[in-house]
Write a protein of this length. Structure first.
Lengths: 223, 223
DNA sequence: TAATGTGAATCGTTTCACAGCG
DNA sequence: CGCTGTGAAACGATTCACATTA
């Protein structure tokens, strides 16, 4: 239904741009001052053409004949994509995975504040050592609304993931990252990103299978 | 270079088929006997057309006018995609994330045997309670080769991920799932799948940003 | 000259529309 | 008549090829 809300920049391009951005951060720390599209492509495994096209979605920024200035391109991407904006996040499900995320430093260093953790099991809330505020799961909706949390990370068992998502959405969450291996039904334009280890393993397994038994697939002996 | 190794079935379709498969497992347990493409689509958020096309890559299996038999379709997908095949896997990096994966039951229940864990820190190898055999990181290549491990899960800090991948590949690993937020360079046709929490958060953040400030993107005022 | 930026061509996936079958 | 299966059309992303510029 919301077709008018389009980002105008292809999602694959956006994903690559974010990889490029993170590489530029690293190159900046190593005091590299200039880099070309083919050098970036070599490191990241993308085609140089593709990188130039991606970058050009954000407007001109390179030096004809002399590549990109590392800092300038980094700031350009950051500015156009709004990467300087801080976002509040929470984690639901404080098993091993959830607590790992709760304390994941890379998030904090990149503008994400994890400011709440939730779990059904009240005992867990007392035994986990973290500086993040912890709450029982039934308070999700309330806390998300009061603290204006925008991003929710779901790390609960599969059977609880839809209910968790519903609570987050009731609280006005805007985006969800779902680690559970089942799809979630979204409402209100909430964006969902799935990080599904089991699914990825199955994809790998199937692709390996294809390689083992070649010549099987011919989609049905057509003309 | 290896263009002849193609799976003939689009990767997005494959991904959807695996979601469908897991839903069918669930429906089977609930004793649902028949389901149509539009019912599947409703639950999973895919278009019915798309589901029919995906399924048809594997050959005919539905009943014209009466949808699919749940068990038959499930077995059909499993058979064609080789999902019955057992795969051996290992985990490198035994922090909170790594140990979570080491003990992830869903993997075992779906034909993956996690048979080794690795970490640099020798102390960790002794303090973690798990039934999986643990080894110091310098033995990765050796153990992967000897035990014929096919899938490696990388859960180490970013700076160590490329070296970890190299060791896995030296041992003859065939697929890698990379949880670290940096891209890995692959060799020997090793397939890489990235599960990058930071990257996903950044994608969400950017997409939210687009929604906030609409009308900004026009790729350059062309005709 | 060496690299960017970009229309045009190509490629792959999704969607459409309908023929075919129970 | 309802729903599958599938060529054909539409769409979107990548790659190509080259004009452009320091």
């Amino acid at each position: 239904m919301p077709k008018h809300i389009k980002s105008e920049i292809p999602l694959p391009s956006l994903t690559r741009l974010l990889s490029i951005y993170r590489l530029l951060e690293q190159l900046g720390q190593e005091h590299v001052t200039s880099v070309s599209s083919s050098e970036l492509g070599k490191i990241l495994g993308f085609k140089p053409d593709s990188i130039r096209k991606d970058v050009s979605y954000l407007g001109e920024v390179g030096n004809f004949g002399a590549g990109y200035e590392v800092v300038r391109l980094k700031d350009h991407i950051s500015g156009k994509l709004g990467l300087d904006k801080k976002r509040k996040a929470c984690v639901v499900g404080l098993g091993r995975l959830g607590t790992a995320i709760l304390n994941y430093e890379d998030l904090r260093q990149n503008g994400f504040s994890v400011i709440a953790g939730f779990d059904n099991n009240i005992n867990k809330l007392e035994t986990i050592t973290t500086s993040v505020d912890l709450f029982p799961a039934h308070e999700i909706t309330d806390v998300v609304r009061k603290r204006e949390i925008e991003i929710g990370v779901i790390a609960v068992p599969a059977r609880a993931s839809q209910e968790t998502a519903d609570r987050l959405m009731d609280g006005g969450i805007r985006g969800i990252i779902n680690f559970s291996p089942v799809a979630i039904k979204a409402r209100n334009n909430v964006m969902i990103r799935n990080l599904d280890l089991l699914g990825e393993c199955m994809i790998l397994s199937t692709l390996l299978q294809f390689r083992e038994s070649n010549a099987e697939w011919q989609p049905g002996a057509e003309e």
